[in-house]
Write a protein that binds this ligand. Structure first.
Ligand code: GLY
Length: 361
């Protein structure tokens, strides 16, 4: 399945479950002093979770551009070295604002993955929050555990700690226990040697989280305490590029059709070949990732600069330039030449890339 179809299938599925489909919000935050960029699908909806506004519908789904390069969620230094972290990525999400809760969120996630996308159940693991004995003193999420039992063998339901199974947007804001869905896409020989469940949340490149279902019920206040939200909500986030990796039966996000056209263009421009030399491979991954982050950011109105959010974008651009200069021997500007293929491939889903192409270049 091509990435365009994978994205469209997600949105169609939730439309059939009475969700309103909305376009991605701008990645550049304007009204939130706690965030420089949208770092998750839920960030644009934060005020609805807090009860400070009413969404157009109590069920919404979208694909949201996210940037994880600052603050609590920062993946910048991983990017290029592994095959599944990105600065900019798309997060497919469905939301319930005081409408459905765990039962439907879990049932629909399972239906979409196993019946619509037809992912083999035997490559899936799920996690639930085990509770915490710290100041928050939170109970284990037995409700989610019991719901998952209806769908998946109990030895595939793993308990996870606060770091992995209690999702917080930042130091403050809406939060709650979560259930993650992980895939194990290793070969049968590798699976026979090492049990997949020992690799969940252990940074294995082929045993990765694809979807996080967050059961929003608290607000983390500035003084660090938790208060109950006025209503319970659902916030899910599925990593689009990782989903493409699974559905396209490849072992790296960079081998999906989200990245291969950009990588082919880098090979042509720099006269190199991907998958020949490790240092060059890292550089090619860095550049193919970073051009997306910088291009989408400019399209959303945040240009590179020397302060605040603009400085974050400048650092990403500089990192891309440095890898091109050092490892691909590219001494003259070339990254702007990738904008054309990017806007051709992604301009349909994100028309701002086409509209702002000249400015980005
Ligand atoms: N808000 C869910 C996530 O970003 O994982």
């Amino acid at each position: 399945m091509k990435s365009q179809e994978i994205r469209a299938t997600f949105l169609e599925f939730f439309k059939s479950k009475q969700h309103l489909i909305v376009p991605s919000a701008s990645m550049v935050t304007k009204d939130d002093p706690t965030l420089l960029f949208v770092n998750s699908g839920m960030a644009p909806f934060k005020e609805y979770f807090l009860g400070n506004g009413t969404p157009k519908k109590s069920r919404i789904a979208d694909t949201q551009k996210c940037l994880r390069v600052s603050g609590k969620h920062n993946d910048l230094e991983e990017v290029g070295y592994d095959t599944y972290h990105h600065t900019l990525f798309e997060m497919l999400g469905n939301w319930s604002f005081g409408d459905y809760f765990k039962k439907e969120a879990i049932a629909w996630a399972w239906e979409l993955l196993t019946e619509v996308y037809k992912i083999d159940k035997d490559i899936l693991y799920v996690t639930v929050f085990e509770g915490s004995n710290d100041d928050d003193n939170l109970e284990m999420d037995t409700e989610a555990y019991d719901i998952w039992k209806q769908y998946i063998a109990e030895d595939r339901i793993l308990k996870g700690n606060k770091k992995d199974n209690f999702w917080e947007m930042g130091d403050q804001g809406p939060c709650g226990p979560c259930s993650e869905i992980h895939v194990d896409i290793r070969t049968p020989e590798e699976k026979a040697k090492v049990d997949g469940k020992t690799l969940v949340n252990e940074d294995h490149p082929q045993v990765v989280e694809i979807w996080n279902l967050v059961f929003m019920q608290y607000n983390r206040k500035a003084n660090g305490t938790l208060e109950n939200l006025p209503n319970k909500h659902i916030d899910t986030g599925m990593g689009f590029e990782r989903l493409c990796m699974v559905l396209q039966d490849v072992k790296s996000n960079y081998d999906t059709d989200v990245f291969t056209p950009i990588i082919r263009e880098i090979e042509t421009i720099t006269n190199t070949k991907y998958r020949v030399e490790e240092k060059q491979d890292i550089a090619i991954r860095v550049i193919s990732d970073h051009v997306r982050a910088v291009a989408f950011s400019i399209a959303d109105g945040q240009l590179p600069s020397n302060t605040g959010a603009g400085y974050v974008i400048r650092r990403i651009l500089r990192r891309a330039v440095r890898y091109g200069f050092t490892f691909l021997d590219k001494k003259e500007p070339f990254i702007f030449r990738l904008v054309d293929i990017l806007s051709k491939k992604m301009g349909q889903a994100f028309p701002e890339l086409k509209a702002q192409k000249q400015l980005i270049e």
